[in-house]
Write a protein that binds this ligand. Sequence first.
Ligand SMILES: NC(=O)C1=CN([C@@H]2O[C@H](COP(=O)(O)OP(=O)(O)OC[C@H]3O[C@@H](n4cnc5c(N)ncnc54)[C@H](O)[C@@H]3O)[C@@H](O)[C@H]2O)C=CC1
Ligand SMILES: O=C(O)C1=N[C@H](C(=O)O)C[C@H](O)C1
Length: 268
Amino acid sequence: MTTVPPAPDPQPSGTDSGEAPLVSVGVLGARGRMGAEVVKAVNAADDMELVAMVDAGDWLFNVADAGAQVVVDFTRPDVVMDNIRFCIDQDIHCVVGTTGFDQERLDTVRAWLEPKPELGVVIAPNFGIGAILLMRFAQEAARFFPSTEIVELHHPQKVDAPSGTAVRTARLIAQARRAAGMAPAPDATTDSLPGARGADVEGVAVHAVRLSGLVAHQEVLLGAEGETLTLRHDSYDRASFMPGVLLAVREVRRRPGLTVGIESFLGL
Ligand SMILES: NC(=O)C1=CN([C@@H]2O[C@H](COP(=O)(O)OP(=O)(O)OC[C@H]3O[C@@H](n4cnc5c(N)ncnc54)[C@H](O)[C@@H]3O)[C@@H](O)[C@H]2O)C=CC1
Ligand SMILES: O=C(O)C1=N[C@H](C(=O)O)C[C@H](O)C1
């Protein structure tokens, strides 16, 4: 008679199986356009476990009670600071895609992190790899062109304008222009309707278009005598942001302090 050895116990993934433990992830804004996409992406990632989904009106403590190690926030500029404060108080790392961060807000988050040197917060106005590359290319090109303007184009449900990406792009361009000692961009306009020349972000004009059918798009127009260069990026689907979001979730626990943008995770 042959004896059949007992089948090994099924091993859950994680430490028991000798594999790296799954990262426990909570999502804030889980029923929103981006939050719903993050829920799908985390569920599909074999190194992560979705432990909490929280939206407006839900109990924020759910993410802490569920043992989330990392929270991903895609909510609204008017609530995101409270969410980050809560996560830091609860010792939860944060990946934040919500927009609306100026220098003052970034400094506030840095100050909150000071007593928690082991904790990481990543705040990125754009997780799309193409959008990140566009920002880098624009920064590189800026010093060669006296004129630079930005046109950002988005779906009409977007609550903020200009986009966080456009503001960051403008600041990077302005920084490059200052470093190169460039004069202000030529502009003889004296008599326009208010708003006709867009928003002025550190001397760079930013124009915001809201149009049904669009998702998230940006053009940087650079001009010199007799030539122009147009850099354009298009997100046709919110799936385009997910590789960057998942990368940030994987990295945030080993990047203590505040990281703005995920360029450094991409080796840029
Ligand atoms: N960094 C990036 O790559 C990207 C950033 N965004 C930004 O993400 C943010 C969200 O965008 P969408 O998903 O399009 O907006 P959305 O309006 O579709 O989703 C926001 C969700 O947050 C929920 N919410 C509001 N207050 C909340 C609270 N206190 N706690 C938990 N949930 C709350 C809302 O009910 C809603 O379901 C915006 O700031 C947008 O600019 C959007 C796309 C990409
Ligand atoms: O609201 C959006 O949709 C987007 N928001 C981010 C921004 O404001 O830059 C990123 C992307 O443009 C999509």
